[in-house]
Design a protein around this ligand. Sequence first.
Ligand SMILES: *Cc1c(COP(=O)(O)O)cnc(C)c1O
Length: 347
Amino acid sequence: MFNLTNIVRKHLIDLEPYSSARDDFQGEAKIFLDANENALGSVGDQLLNRYPDPYQQKIKAELAKQKGLNHDQIFLGNGSDEGIDLLIRAFCEPGCDNILIFPPTYGMYKVSANIHNVAIHKVPLTEEFLLDEPSLFKTIDKHTKIIFFCNPNNPTGNLLQKEVMLKVLQHFNGIVVIDEAYIDFSPSHSFLKFIEDYPNLVILQTFSKAWGLAALRLGMAFAHREIIKILNKIKPPYNINELTQKEALHVLSQVAKKDSFVDKILSEKSILVQQLSNIKLILKIFPSATNFILVKVNEPEKVYDYLVAKEIVVRNRSTVQHCGGCLRITVGSKQENEMLINALKKY
Ligand SMILES: *Cc1c(COP(=O)(O)O)cnc(C)c1O
């Protein structure tokens, strides 16, 4: 049975979190002399003299409505990367516990675990970039605390097997993270609908991709309220700055614009796939549920350098497991994609 108190690091159970001025007094008042802020104003054109809401309540209220959740099932971080870091801090004892990842996958799980001296157990995806279910279950041991699924996966672009992930959610007594950074490009595959069913499920989403707000640094984690409570306890008190909070609230009223970006990117993607399939240099185009395409070529370094010389930068993933010869291409604007195709045609 999954029991959160068995999973969370022991010293955090009774940890006294930092109590900010905004924690000690919540409510309306005329005069705030409690946080050593500058009451005269701010240097610069924007009024930023007050500390921001440590729990981002306005954004969470709006997200709760849009996602069909309660506000206490939502955590916001300085990018999803903060969520990844805090999850490892919360559940993995350095030098003792381990996380499970499925390479080739997103690099931050490993980097975060390494920063915290937490061991990384790897179960490579199959040649088709799918989960190897028997190896997965064999590799779990009593010190495995977090399993990171990236769905759709980066850098491969495909979806992982839903049934395998559900089985892990049912049988694994640790935390199961499903990183849905690219889910806006294949929304029907989100695990958000399972959030009430599994107290060990954490879903990560981000404003960095479909929303076009990579510079804002805002990531979301959705989970059972007890997990969210732990993340809130250990996060830096004011982790989401006021400018980010204001902008997030503003963009959440424009979901239609995000959706139209997604539509455009997806239609550009199918044109790009079509064009790439006519280029001899491209040996293989992997199926993509995201805003990028993984392709295979014979001489990845040469093709990469050739494109850089034409001022086009793609991601060379050829040294990554099962990705020999692979380049990862983000779908750009119509014009950018055409320039890429023209350059590849001339290679
Ligand atoms: C881009 C990406 C993220 C986003 O990270 P942010 O810190 O929110 O910008 C998370 N996970 C994966 C798999 C990604 O590719």
